[in-house]
Design a protein around this ligand. Sequence first.
Ligand SMILES: NC(=O)c1ccc[n+]([C@@H]2O[C@H](COP(=O)([O-])OP(=O)(O)OC[C@H]3O[C@@H](n4cnc5c(N)ncnc54)[C@H](OP(=O)(O)O)[C@@H]3O)[C@@H](O)[C@H]2O)c1
Length: 296
Amino acid sequence: MKFLWFRCDIIITSTALAVAVIAVALAGFLIKKELDDSDNTERHCRMTDEALSSLERFKSENHTAFVLGYSGEVGKALVEELNQLKVFKRVVLIGRRQVPLSVGPEFEQRVVDFENLDDHKDAFKDLDMGFCCLGTTRGKSGVPGFIRVDHDYVLLSAEIAKAHSCKHFSLVSSQGANKNSSFLYPRTKGQVEEALKVMHFDRLSIYRPGLLMVDRQESRPMEATLRTLLRPVSYFFPTAVTTPVKVMALAMINNGMVAGDKVEVYDNKAIHQLSGISKGCPMKRSASAPESTKTK
Ligand SMILES: NC(=O)c1ccc[n+]([C@@H]2O[C@H](COP(=O)([O-])OP(=O)(O)OC[C@H]3O[C@@H](n4cnc5c(N)ncnc54)[C@H](OP(=O)(O)O)[C@@H]3O)[C@@H](O)[C@H]2O)c1
């Protein structure tokens, strides 16, 4: 088109070329992430297998646990799996509000005021494992509110739990957590991880999932857009950058049933491997209850 000051054909060709280069780079990144076999793959897959075989033994040991953030998406998935598997003799669900739940008699809800957690210390009493799925967003709670929940509430709870005999503390952190990041979210996650490490639990498990795949009721437009964009990616590269909440929940349970290191940080691939239901491991089995036995 000669009347234009620019050449359409050149622009169209260059744009197509740029898009192709970006697509190839992105595909390369995702393939690398998906196929990246860390040295720990075998170990994680063995742990998952071991979790399945030690299910009955673990049950017979009468362990007890608490769940923080049980009304959130990961927390709900965790409660559902715990209710199916019945691995704990007693599970205390600690939160700021009562939630309607249809779970077994081993579950007990405890409503606490996180601003005065010292007044609710007994909620953590005699519970040997803790699962923390607490969290909020900057959009919902503002910067101070986000730090208060994702950092302060986590540490306050962990301190009380430790004083009350919690041996194994599990935290749902996030991919990219880094105490030195200039961004609030990864920095806060990194800082809370570091603070937990120096509390010296007998065992500390930190999970760094990718984007959580869940049909969230709450409106979070950015997250929802990202989830829509990554849905096809998660189909072709399931362990690369996304984490279904059920995978997250089962990874925590399986890992809790077997022996592990004093401090463990699990990336997204490891979470998939530990879950036993993802493509992260060649094995087909998992500690998850068979679909047919689940209550609707
Ligand atoms: N969204 C993602 O894609 C993604 C990715 C990686 C990691 N993560 C991290 O994974 C963790 C779990 O995520 P999620 O999506 O399951 O979280 P969620 O659905 O937002 O649930 C958060 C939980 O924390 C509780 N909570 C929030 N604010 C609170 C407050 N002020 N006082 C007391 N409790 C409060 C909520 O209780 P109420 O129900 O009462 O509000 C809920 O139980 C979070 O730490 C998150 O940062 C998320």
